[in-house]
Write a new protein. Structure first.
Length: 244
């Protein structure tokens, strides 16, 4: 079978960009200095925004933006965020709808601190009305760094590709010791169990791609009550803690 050659497009003054599988890949020499400065500026403003919460406990919530007020997971996220807020946690989300809105709503109801780290999209994402303080980002990767840096507790509700992306990012950082070991809590057994079984059976047992201890990085529960009790056990075991 003959392999298809990459098609080429003449763009930017006649210079070639290779189109592979429908993706436009820009040559490195076409990355302009202003873009680099824009990326640096996002990192600076993001770290400055988070620096005001230095030394305070924070919990970051991830999950689908598609949950409505009637969904059980929306209610669970609101309940957990409310209870964590009362324990002194700052609640951090991506600032959007669904689980993010639910978590910010819980913090709002508890009169706790509530942050939104939102992403600017072509179809503009609206920051939910329960966010008290926010910072927006153009680049997904700069926002991801801020979400990874921000907390000492990570809560994952069911979600789509973005939620899974953040989940694997966080557990990879813990596995490789790029960040300190932090509680990673998955909520919703029906949603998460098939993935965790695949990790255990295929990645660990069959492929030996991970160690058994790597599966201790995350913890699966079914609802807000179980998650809150788990967080309390973590807190009791570690004693008073602060982010570095």
């Amino acid at each position: 079978m003959k392999q298809k050659k990459a098609k080429h497009l003449k763009t930017n003054g006649g210079r070639e960009n290779s189109r592979i599988d429908g993706l436009l890949r820009v040559h490195p020499h076409e990355v302009s200095p202003w873009r680099i400065f824009k990326i640096i500026a996002e990192f600076v403003s993001g770290f400055e925004f988070l620096s005001q919460y230095e030394g305070k406990r924070a919990a970051t919530f991830f999950g689908s933006s598609r949950y409505s007020f009637e969904d059980r997971m929306y209610r669970e996220a609101t309940d957990l965020a409310r209870r964590l807020s009362k324990e002194g946690f700052t609640i951090i989300t991506g600032g959007g709808s669904g689980v993010m809105e639910a978590a910010n709503k819980g913090a709002y109801e508890a009169r706790g601190r509530s942050l939104g780290l939102s992403i600017r999209l072509p179809a503009e994402q609206q920051t939910n009305r329960y966010v008290k303080e926010s910072e927006s980002f153009h680049y997904f990767f700069t926002r991801k760094v801020m979400l990874s840096f921000a907390s000492e507790l990570y809560i994952f509700f069911p979600g789509g590709f973005g939620t899974l992306d953040e989940f694997f990012e966080i557990i990879t950082l813990v596995q490789t010791k790029k960040i300190k070991s932090v509680p990673v809590v998955l909520i919703g057994k029906k949603f998460w169990k098939p993935l965790l079984l695949w990790i255990e059976n295929t990645m660990h047992r069959e492929s030996r791609a991970i160690d058994k201890a790597d599966m201790d990085i995350y913890h699966l529960v079914d609802n807000a009550n179980e998650a809150f009790r788990l967080v309390k056990r973590f807190a009791a075991r570690r004693g008073p803690s602060r982010r570095k």
